[in-house]
Design a protein. Sequence first.
Length: 176
Amino acid sequence: MSTEPMPTVLYTFLESPIGNLLLVGDGERLSRIGFPRGKGSFAPEASWRRDDTAFMDARAQLRAYFGRELHAFDLQLTPVGTPFQKQVWQALTRIPWGTTASYGEVARGIGRPAASRAVGAANGANPLPIVVPCHRVIGASGALTGFGGGIDTKKWLLALETESDIPPPLPTLRDE
């Protein structure tokens, strides 16, 4: 039995044009980002401690991203995943702002051309959406596919990165 104390998990919320994002980690390094809606939403666990002074760098960079002033993040991250998932997530960070890639293109980019379905599963398990831009991955036909924050959020993020006018904020959910 280990005698080391469990690390404290901190969280805070960031108001954004796509709703309140839940930021989770050790206060400096992000391990998860939660959406206000969709399968990528989750609530803080009882053992976590809210600290609204945590993640200052992440909050500043996310605000700059939503203001179209930041196109690539430079943050300390501690995502939990398999080696394959981490390889895919690293590849996602190389998809430039304002562009998209298919699951097959990502698979070829990591040297696993037959692994597009596995890439899709890893993309769907990304614990750090936006910062690790899984929203930039689309189907081979160009179709927008599932996204943890919902397809409307994916459309919004892609529009933010590609259109001259910043899209209006997404409607707030009643239960937020």
